[in-house]
Design a protein around this ligand. Sequence first.
Ligand code: ATP
Ligand code: MG
Length: 211
Amino acid sequence: MITVALSKGRIFEETLPLLAAAGIVPAEDPEKSRKLIIGTNRPDVRVVIVRASDVPTYVQYGAADLGIAGKDVLIEHGGVGLYQPLDLNIAKCRMCVAAPVGFDYEAAVRRGARLRIATKYIAMAREHFAAKGVHVDLIKLYGSMELAPLAGLADAIVDLVSSGATLKANKLVEVEEIMNISSRLVVNQAALKMKRELLQPVIDAIAGAIK
Ligand code: ATP
Ligand code: MG
């Protein structure tokens, strides 16, 4: 049996063609079904629907053999116990620093100001500002980072951006790009050894279908 951990939303939609290339078609749409375990056309393959940030945890502990998770989520998780063979080139966006229009971020950095940064991505933000030698107080949030500078909680945010429309609607601008983000296939390292004859063909078929 192969268990694949996926999250709903954009990752699920963009994953469907890749799974199809491996001959795997989920039996239900998780957006419409309340089921958390979904069968597929293959009796030996099932999908578990988890929160995006929980995908690496399911795969790390072997509750799922395979999973698909954003690079952002994998960096925050740390990647322990995970083999990451493929960049799938899906769910593409970028991690960036954004600040209110009119906040002179470069000047604040130049004068060595201590910045308050709100983010869901504490590990990535810590690493980024440490590498630049910028002193920051990191404030952990779980959503709607854009609100933090507007409400006076933070000077700036670290968040994912794709079109920039959400930033614009909240009078924020991207002041620094941290890295490009896309989603990766993750595989439980022990499962890959024990079930290689089952998993390797799936990995190879997905590899062949990446755009
Ligand atoms: P939840 O919505 O359950 O709080 P989440 O925000 O992490 O969790 P999604 O919004 O489905 O879940 O995002 C899943 C992944 O898609 C992210 O980890 C990231 O890699 C990628 N992603 C996030 N925002 C965008 C975006 N605007 N454009 C493209 N990809 C994105
Ligand atoms: Mg989301």
